[in-house]
Design a protein around this ligand. Structure first.
Ligand code: 4AD
Ligand code: MG
Length: 431
């Protein structure tokens, strides 16, 4: 007999197969039982017909509890109505382990309850789909950057420096020294770009932000490319091509998952480079036109502002040239107006907010030293970083894409807590 997985049953139409699975859900009458089976690779319906399997197997099948683990034997049938395209006519069931009183039942549960049971909630269809899409984004990311000649490098997690401001750091001891958990690998990525040309990283980052919004995690994963000889415009081009590539890959390879999530895919099909751009100055004007009277030049945008700007477009939009005062010390001033920097945030459509922050970096040593002093940064701790500007400095640019916000947008999931297996949130370290 063929032992296989739900994702591969299509190879065995008309044949009997054996699948290790869990019983996600069940409906039954006196004569027939419908199993919702899941095995990690997918979901499939198993049909148990009393007249075919006999009294004994039917009775056993009818009494199997939700989330019990099983070996199911059955014949694979094509079924157009099934999301996966197949159904299993069950011939036998072997219970491996009986689950008693599984806490997450098909009825509605509150978010806190589900978050307390995240270790089990992950098994549900939507959470499963979120994780599969997350995986596809990661896979497509590696594929894109490898194809474009980037080298994957891994910056440290334990660091002595704080690229995105000193207020949101997780401090720890590094033997006798003070250390922090990385809030961005960028500064190290700049060093590796000077060695390898085009690089990207993918790793966890930590921000002790006291933010309790649907877009904020305390621990999140970031993809950070950095490119030598790339100027502002070159940087935007990679970003729009990268994000388009990722979205199109998900559409191609995750159609079952997007369907399970009820995602409107026509909105995603539209995500093809180039993306629109709007300067910070014009964004302020646009907000005034839209009735946001309070916002003034020099203010940062909040979630409602970002959403209002993004609503104007049906693709992600770059907001460029923010005031220098709003952005970190390392951003290159605009040569025509040094009150603004050569940066861009990419704002996702449909209200999902900023998914990318990026900029051209300062490559002049004196200017960098001046900006660091203005930001009260300890020049000794950043000596190595400044030194990159002393030995063959070149214009360079990079960006960071927040994985969880990107998953939330592509999946159409309201809150980032559902886009990472075990979210770290303000007030939540369990499970
Ligand atoms: O805009 P940010 O802070 O930029 C940087 O860290 C740069 N050093 C990146 C670089 O140029 N290499 O963060 C980048 C992205 C944001 O656009 C957002 O998508 C995500 O990281 N992000 C968060 N995601 C979830 N929870 C949080 N608390 C986040 N903070 C930032
Ligand atoms: Mg940002």
């Amino acid at each position: 007999m063929n032992k296989t997985t739900i994702s591969k049953v299509g190879h065995f139409v008309g044949q009997e197969v054996k699948i290790g699975a869990w019983l996600a859900n069940k409906r039954s009458s006196g004569k027939i039982a419908f199993f919702q089976l899941r095995d990690g690779t997918g979901f499939i319906q198993g049909v148990v017909v009393k007249a075919e399997v006999g009294e004994e197997i039917f009775l056993k099948a009818k009494n199997i509890t939700q989330e019990s683990s099983l070996y199911v034997t059955g014949v694979v049938r094509e079924d157009e109505r099934a999301p996966s395209g197949y159904e299993l006519t069950v011939t036998n069931v072997e219970v491996i382990h009986e689950a008693i009183d599984y806490p997450i039942t098909p009825k509605e549960h509150g978010t806190e309850f589900l978050m307390d049971h995240r270790h089990l909630w992950l098994r549900s269809k939507k959470q499963h789909a979120n994780m599969k899409v997350r995986n596809e984004i990661i896979r497509a990311t590696y594929e894109f950057f490898n194809k474009e000649g980037f080298v994957k490098v891994d910056p440290p997690i334990l660091t002595g420096s704080a690229p995105e401001g000193t207020t949101e750091l997780f401090a720890t001891k590094y033997f006798d020294e003070d250390a922090y958990l990385s809030q961005s690998g960028q500064l190290y990525m700049e060093a590796t770009a000077m060695a390898l040309g085009k690089v990207f990283s993918f790793g966890p980052t930590f921000r002790a932000e006291k933010s309790k919004t649907r877009r904020h995690l305390i621990e999140f994963w970031m993809i950070e490319p950095e490119m030598a000889f790339y100027e502002f415009e070159d940087n935007l081009k990679v970003q729009e091509e990268y994000v388009s590539y990722v979205v199109q890959s998900v559409l191609k390879n995750c159609s079952i998952e997007l369907k399970a999530l009820g995602r409107n895919t026509s909105k995603l099909e539209n995500i093809v480079a180039p993306f629109p751009r709007i300067s910070y100055d014009d964004a302020i004007k646009l907000l005034h036109e839209k009735g946001f009277d309070d916002i003034e030049w020099g203010d940062d945008f909040g979630a409602p502002h970002e959403t209002a700007i993004a609503e104007t477009y049906d693709k992600p939009v770059f907001i460029t040239h923010y005031p220098t005062s709003l952005k970190p010390f390392y951003m290159q001033p605009d040569p025509i107006n040094d009150k603004v920097v050569l940066c861009a945030d990419m704002i996702a459509p449909e209200g999902y907010g900023e998914i990318i922050g990026g900029s051209e970096r300062i490559h002049d040593y004196e200017l960098l030293a001046k900006r660091m002093k203005e930001h009260d940064l300890d020049l000794d701790a950043y000596k190595w970083y400044a030194e990159l500007r002393k030995y063959g400095s070149v214009p360079h640019s990079g960006f960071g894409l927040g994985l969880e916000r990107t998953v939330a947008w592509i999946c159409g999931v309201e809150h980032v807590r559902e886009t990472i297996p075990f979210p770290r949130l303000l007030n939540r370290l369990y499970p």
